[in-house]
Design a protein. Structure first.
Lengths: 324, 415, 285
């Protein structure tokens, strides 16, 4: 069997086994991990393929979450409608943000997404009439369909896992598609791509909106998981957390973001039992990752396993390590 | 370099194993205390922790008899983290009862979770009124207060004793100040006040010069807010000389002692209202304060969050003893019956909605023994979260918001 | 009309503080293409150390200097030991500054606790001074004077000294500057040090009316970014104009529409992003 398929099988097996073997808290942690893995994926799509570091992916999750909280709790609209509208509204926001940022360069992009993200965050806690301000909006619950209560941790897990795997697979195909290769080309040499006739701005813009949508999906799950929507997921701390996870895991690979999230959550859970200095831990992790492992843990694993197995010439492997 | 990679991989495996390891789940009882010990509001979380630690020491014998253990959790002042910790408490750490949360937003998140889980919860300082009103849950009680609770009396006092008719209310734009002002308005208008004009500013405003520049005229200014916003407002109020025009009254947290040293002498004479005062002279309070100083040093003044944490913990221990163990229904029943006649702040008991009925003090900032403290100059006894209102009538009414209740006391609402 | 003057004066004071805050950031970015996202943390560092020194020594000047030096030390250390290693990789540099900012801010929380801290100003400075039209706190007037002096000083250095010429050369064309024999890496270090120093000074001065708390570092960073996005990254003139626009808009918005104040704060930035992304005085691509 091809190595890629083996890895996929392994992951699916682990995902299936987890709720069967582990306690409730571990399952709820896994839910959180998957939600943030989606956020990290959304970040990595831009960072890995375009070399663009965005600090507003969690903002999209937040916009999605607030739409659900406002329409679902305040206006009592039904679940399927609320989720659809949330994703739609996130898409619109991504389009707007995309138009504002499509022509910037790397570092400007970072600052712009930081500023835009902060603007939305400020709005979320100051527009009290609509968002509930600091206290947020509580009572966000999934419905029960035919006896199956979607709020139950394990049922929720199945839902989240299915969607997460589906999205990761979709992104995998995207990476290997002509569009994905185009993005890499743009990152490498934008002028050349333009000279060859490729629609550079359009490609970037599309990637940005797609990434934003993934963030929106993460937001849907986030708000239903927490039961309450507050300004904090839109804050800079969360954006930096996602960035750190992606850098730690390796944002150039498909699974890197998921790996980074898992490790970071495990690390935080462990550390929080001994000290309160979690922010400093994140800072240190980010620092060390950049200095020692710029390509992330995924790359480290990659090389470790390469040494153990026979060297193979694979057409899908490029020097950028794009395979999972 | 090769070894570095192996190290990283083994390190990670160890991490994975380590984080999956459960706390030893034994038969003993466990209380989880949650508060913001990091983040912007860490001061409140620290206060709660110190109060609980004091209670733990005082009740050491009883704790041993019950085989009861305490664990502290950091909510980071964040709703998401709060829910995650609560989940850990329940599934991983076998906690039987939760003390906290402390802040408004985290309190609401905690309530939401507790409704789903059924875990007995004693909220210490968190003040959103719906926690023990419109959104209440059987298993959640409070050892603290609601935003409006001290303010009914304050409004009355300001109108009757101070004779102010027109108040300019400046405050942070979110629900706690709305609630505070709501209570104030109801008490103020009922006692003969004329009007309150509202000016809301976004939380995190540091420069009030423009607000002060456009401040209308009135008999007094009431500021609803605290922390760095409150401190900045206070200083700028004096910098621009507005104090010569109108006295500055405080919302419940405004003259919180932690900020008093920063405010300095100009704060002396400042009035506010709360169910607690560091300047109390009752035996119970002095004993509490002295014991607190013995344990934590006398440059830390116990404020309301500390006392509320202390009392919440004692309530929990009493409940465990009544229930003879950790059975949830028995615990909840015992908690709901709580009476604390000897609490440091003054006697209180829980009403049928789970909130304390307690003394409210009108506090004045005075210098005592070289320190600035809030000293009670008037006491209103047995005030409930509904103030002078009938609970059902109050609940049937509209909740406080930016523009409600009306700022004009001649509005038909007040009849 | 009184209100109008008042709001104008407030706007100018705010602009002054913003300029002091943002000047360092824009210089560092202009020359080194390093966006120092630890800028807010350096502000906090300078502020806390400055307040501590003022409390211990009673001297305002000493406090301001101490704050500036603390931030300068932080900046130098960060530049020497961390940024050097990822020199040339713009994004890694930016990420490093994020990490350092997190660590510094958390460390400050551990040392100084979560309560807000304000600047112990002597009575005479807090007292209102008669400006003919109205009474205004003396220290705010001083902040404005300080900002103007700083602006003039920076402008003089940039326009009339050799170092200034070297900096401008480096900003325009790094390679050619190096070819001309200008020691660009050394210059980098120097400019970065000065930028950090300015952030630290801003920290002490700003604490006179914005008390130090957790989360302030993010706000300061955001305000500085707004200013330099409007003004154009790398331009001192841009920083001044951006600060002026932001300060005035903020002041009038807070005065007349406090609920939307933050929106109005970000509005100029958004307009610039849409119509002139490089900022008013920034260089195109």
């Amino acid at each position: 069997m091809k190595r890629d398929h083996l890895i996929i099988l392994g992951i699916v097996a682990a995902l299936v086994a987890w709720p069967l073997l582990m306690g409730n808290y571990a399952v709820s942690q896994a839910n959180r991990a998957m939600i943030y893995a989606l956020a990290a994926l959304s970040f990595s799509l831009l960072a890995g393929r375009l070399g663009w570091f965005s600090l507003c992916q969690t903002t999209f999750a937040g916009i999605s979450g607030y739409t659900i909280a406002i329409l679902g709790v305040r206006y009592g609209l039904p679940f399927p409608l609320v989720v659809t509208l949330a994703l739609l509204f996130t898409a619109v926001s991504a389009v707007i943000f995309g138009l504002l940022t499509v022509r910037s360069r790397q570092v400007s992009f970072l600052m712009l997404t930081l500023a835009l993200g902060q603007m939305v965050w400020a709005l979320s806690f100051q527009w009290v009439d609509v968002t509930g301000g600091y206290n947020g909006i509580a009572g966000v619950r999934m419905p029960a369909y035919g006896g199956l209560n979607l709020n139950d941790t394990r049922v929720f897990y199945i839902l989240v896992a299915t969607v997460t795997v589906a999205i990761f697979l979709a992104v995998w195909r995207l990476y290997r598609s002509p569009f994905g290769l185009l993005l890499l080309g743009i990152q490498e040499n934008e002028q050349r791509m333009r000279a060859l006739g490729h629609p550079v701005y359009l490609a970037r813009f599309t990637a940005f909106v797609l990434a934003g949508m993934i963030g929106g999906v993460a937001g849907v799950f986030l708000v239903y998981d927490m039961g309450i929507m507050s300004p904090s997921p839109l804050g800079l701390g969360h954006a930096v957390w996602v960035l750190t996870a992606a850098v730690l895991g390796g944002y150039r690979t498909l699974l890197g973001p998921a790996l980074g999230v898992a490790v970071l959550i495990a690390l935080e859970t462990l550390v929080s039992q001994y000290t309160d200095r979690h922010m400093m831990v994140i800072g240190l992790v980010l620092l060390l990752s950049i200095l020692l492992m710029p390509r992330g843990l995924a790359e480290v694993f990659e090389q470790y396993f390469k040494r153990k197995s026979k060297p193979q010439a694979s057409v899908t492997t490029t020097t950028r390590g794009e395979e999972p | 370099m090769k070894h570095a990679k192996t190290l990283i991989i083994s390190g990670m495996s160890a991490l994975a194993v380590g984080s999956a390891a459960h706390l030893q789940a034994d038969d003993g009882l466990r209380v989880g205390v949650i508060g913001p010990t990091t983040g912007v509001f860490s001061f409140f979380g620290e206060q709660q922790r110190m109060g609980v630690e004091l209670a733990m020491e005082e009740l050491a014998d009883r704790l041993e008899a019950l085989d009861l253990e305490v664990r502290f959790y950091d909510s980071q002042g964040d709703a998401e983290t709060t829910v995650d910790r609560l989940r850990a408490m329940e599934s991983r750490d076998d906690v039987d009862l939760v003390v906290g949360p402390v802040l408004g937003g985290t309190g609401l998140a905690g309530l939401e979770w507790a409704k789903g889980s059924g875990m007995p919860m004693v909220i210490s300082y968190s003040a959103p009124e719906d926690i023990t009103m419109r959104d209440r849950a059987e298993n959640v009680v409070r050892a603290g207060w609601t935003g409006a609770q001290p303010m009914f009396a304050f409004g009355q006092y300001v109108a009757e004793e101070l004779g102010h008719q027109r108040i300019i209310a400046v405050g942070q734009d979110y629900s706690f100040p709305y609630n505070q002002l709501g209570g104030f308005l109801k008490g103020f208008c009922a006692a003969g006040g004329e009007s309150v004009e509202r000016i809301w500013h976004p939380t995190g405003t540091s420069d009030y010069s423009s607000i002060l520049a456009t401040l209308p005229d009135g008999d007094a200014v009431l500021y609803n807010g605290a922390g760095s916003d409150g401190l900045a407002f206070f200083q700028q109020y004096h910098d621009f000389g507005i104090d010569a025009r109108m006295p500055l009254l405080g919302g419940s947290n405004f003259f919180a002692v932690g900020d008093l040293p920063e405010m300095g002498e100009e704060a002396i004479g400042g009035l506010s209202a709360l169910q607690y005062a560091e300047g109390l002279e009752t035996d119970e309070f002095v004993a509490f304060r002295d014991a607190f100083w013995d344990m934590h040093g006398d440059d830390v003044m116990p404020l309301a969050p500390a006392e509320h944490g202390y009392v919440a913990f004692k309530m929990a221990v009493n409940a465990f003893e009544s229930a003879n163990g950790g059975d949830r229904d028995a615990l909840i029943a015992a908690l709901r019956e709580t009476e604390m006649p000897d609490a440091p702040r003054g006697p209180f008991y829980l009403d049928e909605y789970g909130n304390p009925v307690q003394n409210i003090y009108i506090n004045e900032v005075q210098e005592v023994d070289g320190r600035l403290v809030n000293v009670p100059i008037k006491t209103y006894e047995e005030v409930s979260q509904f103030g002078p209102f009938d609970p059902e009538e109050y609940l049937a009414g509209e909740p406080d918001s930016r523009d409600f209740p009306p700022g004009d006391c001649s509005d038909p609402y007040y009849d | 009309m009184n209100t109008f003057y008042f709001l104008t004066l407030n706007g100018l004071t705010m602009a002054a503080l913003l300029f002091i805050m943002a000047s360092g950031l824009t210089l560092a970015f202009g020359l080194m293409r390093v966006v120092n996202l630890a800028h807010g943390a350096f502000y906090l560092l300078g502020g806390y150390i400055g307040v501590q020194v003022i409390r211990d020594t009673g001297s305002l000047t000493l406090g301001i200097l101490a704050g500036g030096l603390a931030a300068l030390a932080g900046g130098l250390l960060m530049e020497r030991f961390l940024l050097q290693r990822v020199r040339g990789m713009d994004l890694s540099e930016a990420l490093l500054t994020i990490a350092v900012g997190l660590i510094i801010a958390d460390a400050l929380l551990v040392v100084y606790g979560g309560q807000p801290v304000s600047l112990p100003l002597p009575r005479e400075l807090r007292a209102p001074v008669d400006l003919g039209v109205m009474m205004y706190p003396y220290f705010r007037v001083l902040i404005m004077i300080f900002a103007v002096l700083l602006g003039i000083a920076l402008w003089l250095v940039m326009t009339y000294t050799r170092i200034g010429a070297a900096i401008r050369a480096g900003v325009d064309d790094r390679e050619t500057a190096m070819a001309q024999g200008i020691n660009v890496p050394l210059l980098f270090g120097g400019v970065f040090a000065v930028a950090s120093f300015l952030a630290g000074i801003a920290g002490v001065v700003g604490t006179s009316y914005m008390s130090l708390t957790q989360g302030l570092d993010v706000r300061v960073l955001m305000l500085s970014l707004v200013v330099i996005i409007i003004g154009g990254m790398g331009s001192l003139k841009g920083a001044a104009v951006g600060a002026l626009i932001t300060g005035m808009v903020s002041s009038f918005a807070t005065g007349y529409l406090p609920q939307f104040a933050l929106f109005f704060l970000f509005l100029p930035m958004t307009l610039i992003l849409v119509f002139r992304p490089q900022g008013l005085f920034g260089r195109t691509a």
